[in-house]
Ligand binder design. Sequence first.
Ligand SMILES: NC(=O)c1ccc[n+]([C@@H]2O[C@H](COP(=O)([O-])OP(=O)(O)OC[C@H]3O[C@@H](n4cnc5c(N)ncnc54)[C@H](O)[C@@H]3O)[C@@H](O)[C@H]2O)c1
Ligand SMILES: O=C(O)[C@H](O)COP(=O)(O)O
Length: 530
Amino acid sequence: MFKVLVSDPISDLGIQKLVDAEDVVVDKKPGLSEDELVAIIGEYDAMLVRSQTRVTARIMEAGKQLKVVGRAGVGVDNIDLEAATQRGIIVINAPDGNTITTCEHTFAMMMAVARHIPQAYLKTVGGEWDRKSFLGVELRNKILGVLGMGRIGSEVAKRAKAFGMEIWGYDPFLTEERAEKLGIRLSSVDDIVRNADFMTVHTPLTPETRHIIGASQFEVMKKGMRIVNCARGGIIDEIALVAAVDKGIVAGAAFDVFESEPPAADHPFLSNPKIIVTPHLGASTVEAQENVAIDVSEQVLNILRDKPFSNAVNMPPIPANVLNILQPYFNLGEKLGSFAAQLTEGAIQEITVNYSGELAEVDTQPLTRYIVRGVLSHHLGSEMVNVVNSMHLAKERSVNIVIQKSHTSRDFTNLVTVSLRSKQEERLVAGTLLTGYGPRIVQIDKFPVDVAPGGNLILVSHNDKPGIIGRVGTLLGTNDVNIATMQVGRKIIGGAAIMVLSVDKAVPKDVLSQIAELPDLNNAKEIILY
Ligand SMILES: NC(=O)c1ccc[n+]([C@@H]2O[C@H](COP(=O)([O-])OP(=O)(O)OC[C@H]3O[C@@H](n4cnc5c(N)ncnc54)[C@H](O)[C@@H]3O)[C@@H](O)[C@H]2O)c1
Ligand SMILES: O=C(O)[C@H](O)COP(=O)(O)O
């Protein structure tokens, strides 16, 4: 039974799939302190959070069974990603579910700042009928500068057009073609800063975007411009903004986010009549909260059930076309890694993976992670190693990883070859997917074979002589070990050969020793592939 801790207020409807799952128990405990979380996290397999819970290295250290932290939203700046990666904890987010909601909040803020809605409301409910103090401006024909043309920025741009605004956008990934398609002007930060009547930021907070709008930008802005931040506190320098408002450069500002949340009671924004604020409400609609909770719950279930998942933040994303090619090989790759590790004596120093055929044409990094996971799991335990931390663990142990690609494959459409080098020896296993047959191991060291990679296998190396197969079979039968399938591989008649037997249960150690002692037999090893 998997245990999932929900540590922030997350939509009940959105997590229903998790609650209904027969193999999952969900505990809702919002508002716990770091110490309280450290005390209980040890019993949980997954954690669901929004932006309030700070998922620190301490919490992850205590989360001995923690496999995944699911962020019901976009920003993961409250999660220590470095610590998660080191511990093999997958961090996923729900990047699409709150895009429109946050875009709409941006408009609510932009309209509110243009027409002084909050200030006018306060006076009106206070009994004053003040029609002189709140002369606003139209959005129409104004230049809107958008920094960050990702999901939210792009939606803002689309809607701003309907208001008759001229949109100038900047994003390091914005191309001329895309800008043209969106009907916006591709600009630089400096162009936007100097020309915008309204500005809105939609970037993440990174070292590069921190204070991207600061004192020197405010100095060159159009007098009377208005600025909105519904992305992350710290993108716009708060102190510099207050100074720009006081100097009359900025006529109004609308902030949903703060450098430190919640802001201190004496935060200068809270007493400035030209700055309006909301308490990080960008994503707070019924629809968005349901969407993000559904998205994150589905992926958490997939991870717990060891199924393919998406939206991992501490792993590079896999484009859909590449995933289509690689996904069928993930399981085979892991098994090849495991097989090779069980075959190889001594500490592994180098893992060489050769991809040939169609596989050589795509970015095979994700598949390499599975292969390395298979190799390392044999020694470190499958609980310790996963596709998030496998490369990191290999590096930590100075295991060199070499990737080779051959664009043609002699006998198979695709072939994955895993070679392991230790101080003592170098061993090799190759596998492919055969149409109609599924995954197959097709080579062990220099011997061609055809073995289904699964269950309990016995690998026997021997001299190719009459009677050997019978002797091994008799010995296993006498010890009540049933043989399901058997494969022999040899290069030349009478030369060195291998035998791969698939058996119905684990083979006792003494039986393996007896096999190895049979005449003309060099070695017998049990290989278990789960
Ligand atoms: N207020 C809220 O409640 C709320 C809700 C959702 C998202 N957000 C925040 O809004 C921001 C945008 O979210 P999104 O879903 O659109 O993300 P996104 O990843 O789709 O878009 C971010 C864009 O910023 C761009 N960018 C990065 N560095 C930049 C730079 N130096 N200059 C200009 N652009 C740069 C990226 O290339 C990307 O296109 C994030 O910070 C997210 O956390 C806030
Ligand atoms: O990054 C996000 O998704 C937003 O900042 C929303 O945060 P929240 O889930 O805490 O409202």
